[in-house]
Design a protein around this ligand. Structure first.
Ligand code: 5AD
Length: 347
């Protein structure tokens, strides 16, 4: 029964909301294993054994938002704040290029102290110095004009998770000045402007249900992002969700496989949260269908300060200098690192 839903999803790239719900409700180790086999087949068909790497630069831990789950929320007075200068960021790119990075991801909180013009100029500078590299931005909700400026300066991709496609659930994860509607407006703007767009959600966030998750899958099947980031929710001790339980690695792996079946060419990272919840989380992610890993390229001394959740990994194979370790880990599962921009291969 549920196997048929996996096959139908692979054949049609789409299920109804009730079908998604049934598929998720049927989750058990046997079904998960079947999904992983089918998903790996598709990953292999479209990408071979190559895993793309992205150099992640966490450029600012200041944030004007107050998302209930996030450690760098404005209301967390204990969070350590920093802002990397453009020079610091360029120095990280300089270090990352010879390591093999051909995508730089500039991620940060919604930092009002980082003017859009500065970001724009920085994007332009990176693109002129590294013309064979892609620049991905992940800086939250911005105006259409800001997104347009960044795009014209050369930004190629933008990551903005929708977090949950259920408006009532969205309202339980965020304060009243944030809305799903506004998030979706941003995603539409980004697409209109020609970005490769990434979205996604946390697995096991508080108040998540099979209904809200079916809504997430349905939304993604319609929007068809070029990239999808999912990872387990992990509590942060200085947030309102400090005592909530973490999401499950296994369920995250199942969802990764389902996403690969739904959007066979999607760029799907095995996220830091997945690597943080289990020592082999990222390899398991690749085996479940993921094909992207985003090692941390930020300066060592800042890494401990970008704490979205407790025990966030930033060293070992998670770190850019740990690429050799990462390569070894990938080799154990028959995969290799690709020195490549790793763009979305088109429809
Ligand atoms: N656990 C897991 N993921 C988190 N994020 C933020 N806080 C947490 C947390 N506590 C994710 C959000 C956000 C991305 C940058 O990190 O989904 O979009």
């Amino acid at each position: 029964m549920s196997t048929e839903l996996l096959i139908k999803l692979r054949e049609q790239g789409q299920l109804s909301r009730p079908e998604f719900r049934r598929l998720l409700a049927a989750w058990e180790p046997g079904l998960q294993a079947e999904a992983a086999v089918l998903a790996s087949e598709l990953r292999e068909q479209h990408y071979g054994r190559r895993v793309f790497i992205r150099g992640l630069l966490e450029i600012s831990s200041y944030c004007r938002r107050n998302c209930f789950y996030c450690g760098i929320r404005r209301g967390n007075t204990r969070a350590q704040r920093y802002r990397m200068s453009p020079e610091q960021i360029l120095a990280c790119c300089k270090a990352g290029y010879p390591l093999g990075f051909r995508t730089f991801v500039l991620q940060g909180g919604e930092d009002t102290g980082y003017p859009d013009e500065l970001i724009r100029d920085l994007v332009q500078e990176i693109k002129s110095r590294y013309s064979d590299c892609a620049v991905t931005l992940s800086l939250g909700e911005k105006s259409f004009l800001a997104y347009k400026d960044f795009r014209e300066a050369g930004a190629d991709r933008y990551l903005l998770r929708h977090e949950t496609a259920d408006a009532a659930h969205f309202a339980k994860l965020h304060p009243g000045n944030q809305s799903l509607q506004s998030r979706l407006r941003c995603l539409q703007d980004l697409r209109f402007l020609g970005y490769q767009v990434g979205s996604g959600f946390m697995v096991g966030s508080p108040f998540q249900s099979l209904e809200t998750l079916s809504e997430d899958l349905f939304f993604l099947s319609e929007f068809k992002p070029e990239m999808i980031g999912i990872g387990p929710f992990l509590p942060h001790h200085d947030t309102p969700f400090a005592d909530e339980k973490p999401g499950s690695m296994e369920f995250t792996l199942f969802l990764l496989s389902v996403l690969r079946l739904m959007l066979p060419k999607v760029l799907l990272p095995a996220t830091t949260a997945l690597g943080s919840i289990h020592p082999t989380g990222r390899e398991n992610g690749v085996l479940a269908g993921a094909n992207v890993i985003m090692p941390n390229l930020s300066p060592q001394e800042l890494r401990g300060k970008y704490m979205l959740y407790d025990n966030k990994l930033s060293s070992g194979a998670e770190a850019a200098e740990g690429l050799r370790l990462l390569a070894e880990q990938l080799q154990t599962i028959g995969c290799e690192i690709a020195v490549d921009r790793g763009d979305y291969p088109g429809i």
